[in-house]
Ligand binder design. Structure first.
Ligand SMILES: [Zn+2]
Length: 156
């Protein structure tokens, strides 16, 4: 059990991290603990190099009731999108150009509709659209049982 140190809005809680092999100080907004639905409150503190997570369990008096260490951590980031635009068209790989131009015209379409414009096969357009989706130029939306592709965000 560790004594908490008080400040007006935050509480600094000293604890020991077995990965770092040293005492660390975790500063938390008191409101997180004061307004919790149940106790102890679990809080994950990501720190160190290599990064690891110390989960602390804090009671309503800001005392630590337990800790747990995760030695590895993964962070999932939102996929970065670069909405397809005339500017993007200039630096898009050449094999996607026709598909990209057709998408700029329709803004939302499936591979069959794109194929009708480019004159390529639906299968080829399906691959190009999928690749452009993975590159972040398009978003994939589900319309009933089928996927369509769309240019993310507002029209320009
Ligand atoms: Zn640590």
């Amino acid at each position: 059990m560790t004594q908490a140190e008080d400040t007006p809005d935050n509480v600094t809680i000293p604890t020991f991290c077995h990965k770092c092999q040293q005492e660390i100080y975790i500063s938390l907004p008191k409101i997180l603990i004061d307004n919790a639905n149940s106790y102890p409150v679990s809080h994950a503190h990501l720190h160190g190099n290599p990064p690891h997570v110390l989960v602390i369990y804090v009671d309503r008096q800001y005392f630590i009731r337990g800790t747990e260490l995760s030695e590895t951590v993964t962070v999932e980031r939102a996929r970065k999108t670069t909405p397809l635009s005339a500017m993007v068209l200039l630096r898009i790989p050449p094999r996607f150009k026709q598909t990209a131009m057709a998408m700029l015209k329709l803004r939302q379409a499936n591979s069959t509709e794109i194929a009708a414009i480019t004159g390529k096969t639906q299968n080829a357009e399906s691959k190009y659209l999928g690749a452009m989706f993975r590159l972040g130029y398009l978003e994939r939306i589900r319309v009933k049982r089928f996927f369509q592709y769309a240019i993310p965000g507002k029209s320009r």
